[in-house]
Write a protein that binds this ligand. Structure first.
Ligand code: UFG
Length: 332
């Protein structure tokens, strides 16, 4: 069932940040790509020209796509804001778990048995040790992480019972840009794009959420991975899925950077002073999250080449600084 160029791939959520970069790389590599996205958070212009685009609900549009000689599904469509999941959990259980379960049933009915699922480091919650391996206990601390973990459990059982071949990729902090696709959201909560909005003059300053964490400089440490490296892992996964097996891989660079170090890197890359101010801790943040990606490297043959922080920020800045009127966030 391994996937090869030329085959038809369904990308759900392919107008979102991660989905659109994966769709772009799939098109570049010669796959026939159909994107389904309801544009609730995605951007139409992020869908690559070479992909067929269906605007609407995944479950409405998927049956026709799956019946069209579809070889694999890359499932990104999801709600993905931790804070929102705490306030509106119904959106997450329904939008993530129910939709994914129904999509899996549609795949089963159509005989499509190759799945790559967009999972998250939030499945692990506050880890007892770092780096985080796939064998550590899963203990999500919010409904977002819990909903993604529930889907992983469903996939495991579908692989065992129904012969699905699947890979879940648990991303750490995805950042950077690829060509004309990057982080361009109306509502932005992520550190690097927010800092770059300050450099652009669209925001006055960056708030650092706490400087009293048990880390070297007191600010939270995260593992940043380049969006283009992430896309490679998805295609490697689909190309090596085997029926009856559900693999789970963490994806990060293996290096941790503090919020303060990220701000400093952005100052160097952009040449902008980027004012910063310490604010209270944000609820639900763990102090340190660093991935072990050893399993993905060994078993998928994945080797990230762009995930050093300067390259990530450089690519993100090249994207953000040329957005002009195409920015979806409010500009200064
Ligand atoms: N931060 C600030 N100021 C900001 C925004 C963020 O100091 O204005 C800090 C956060 O407190 C955190 C770090 O920057 O310490 C990174 O925050 P992000 O919001 O960029 O990312 P998270 O680590 O919170 O979240 C990421 C993914 C989630 C995923 C989670 C796994 O975006 O989807 O990792 O824990 F669930």
């Amino acid at each position: 069932m391994a996937l090869s160029p030329g085959e038809h791939v369904l990308v759900t959520g392919g107008a979102g940040y991660v989905g659109s970069v994966c769709a772009t790389v799939l098109v570049e590599q010669g796959y026939r790509v159909t994107v389904i996205d309801d544009l609730s958070t995605g951007n139409r212009e992020a869908v690559p020209d070479g992909a067929h685009f269906l605007e609407g609900d995944v479950l409405d549009a998927a049956p026709g796509v799956l019946a069209d000689d579809c070889a694999a599904v890359f499932h990104f469509a999801a709600k993905s804001l931790v804070g929102e999941s705490v306030v509106s959990p119904a959106k997450y259980w329904s939008g993530n778990v129910v939709t994914s379960l129904r999509l899996l049933d549609l795949m089963r009915a159509a005989g499509v048995d190759n799945l790559v699922f967009s999972s998250t480091a939030a499945c692990y919650g506050e880890p007892a040790t770092v780096p985080i391996t796939e064998d550590l206990p899963t203990a999500p601390t919010n409904p977002y992480g819990a909903s993604k973990l529930a889907i992983d459990h469903i996939i495991t059982s579908y692989a065992a019972a129904y012969g699905l071949g699947a890979t879940s990729l648990r991303y750490f902090n995805v950042a950077g840009a690829y060509g004309t696709v990057g982080e361009n959201r109306a509502v932005e909560t992520h550190l690097i794009p927010l800092i770059l909005q300050v450099a652009l003059g669209a925001r006055e300053k960056i708030m650092i959420f706490g400087d009293d964490w048990p880390t070297a400089d007191g600010t939270c440490v995260r593992d940043y991975i380049h969006i283009r490296d992430l896309a490679d892992a998805h295609i490697l996964a689909a190309s090596s899925n085997t029926p009856g097996s559900h693999r789970i891989f963490n994806l990060g660079s293996g290096d941790g950077f503090s919020v303060q170090q990220v701000v400093e890197t952005c100052r160097k890359v952009t040449g902008h002073p980027i004012p910063a101010e310490v604010a209270p801790r944000r609820g639900g943040d763990p102090a340190t999250l660093i991935a072990s990606s050893a399993r993905a490297m060994a078993e998928l043959g994945w080797s990230p080449t762009r995930s050093d922080l300067t390259t990530i920020v450089g690519d993100a800045w090249a994207f953000t600084s040329q957005l002009g009127g195409r920015a979806h966030f409010a500009r200064g």
